[in-house]
Design a protein around this ligand. Sequence first.
Ligand SMILES: C[S@@+](CC[C@H](N)C(=O)[O-])C[C@H]1O[C@@H](n2cnc3c(N)ncnc32)[C@H](O)[C@@H]1O
Length: 247
Amino acid sequence: MPYAPCPMPNTQSMTNEIQSIFNRIAPVYDQLNDWLSLGQHRIWKEMAVKWSAAKSGDTALDLCCGSGDLALRLARRTGATGKVYGVDFSPNLLEKAKERSHWQYPQPAIAWIEADVLNLPFDDNQFDAATMGYGLRNVKDIPRSLQELYRVLKPGAKAAILDFHRPSNPQLRAFQQLYLDSFVVPVASYLGLKEEYAYISPSLDRFPIGREQIKLARQVGFAVATHYTIVNGMMGVLVLSKLGVIS
Ligand SMILES: C[S@@+](CC[C@H](N)C(=O)[O-])C[C@H]1O[C@@H](n2cnc3c(N)ncnc32)[C@H](O)[C@@H]1O
């Protein structure tokens, strides 16, 4: 089942435009995720949390956290003795995340941080684990984003990055395209967000496939980089390790 949670603007260069699009979709974002993936996004996010190797007591990071779904899952792993930092530059989505965590019991140990993931407000070597869900395809500078992630992870730490992927099988790719054009865009149009979601398809065309993501990750210093395709290659999880022993 393909899934289309990530709209984008018509010009990639404008950070403000990306921010304003995510601010606009904030009221319906969670509902759309459930509809478009038939609830499956929960499973894929759990896989990302598992592959990040986060454990109880860890200080962990969720980049491009949006309305907080993945960060909250990560916080369940790190527990009361750990801490999660959810980072996003959309104030409206962060507001949703705060509301959501407010109603959780026990209260998750999460700090919601409004910041650009291309310029993280953290010192070097801070985090034991990290996740990112449907964010990498949306940042305007992928190598820079990976470089920042590398910088803030402790030696020995892992990160798991979940996003769309283009299947190598032409029939599956055609199915994915049909799904985007004939299901995702009409559903988004119904909610008044046609333009934003129509952008997914070209953004996916530009997004590096697994082996290209691995190359980019190695270039910024990750010692181990593996890309796992899931959902018949329509999604992928890039799992990264920073060399060293976690302290
Ligand atoms: C498709 S959403 C994913 C949200 C969430 N991770 C999820 O899986 O539901 C992409 C998110 O990336 C954020 N984003 C994109 N570029 C960013 C950047 N440079 N800095 C911070 N957040 C960014 C957007 O605001 C948006 O919340």
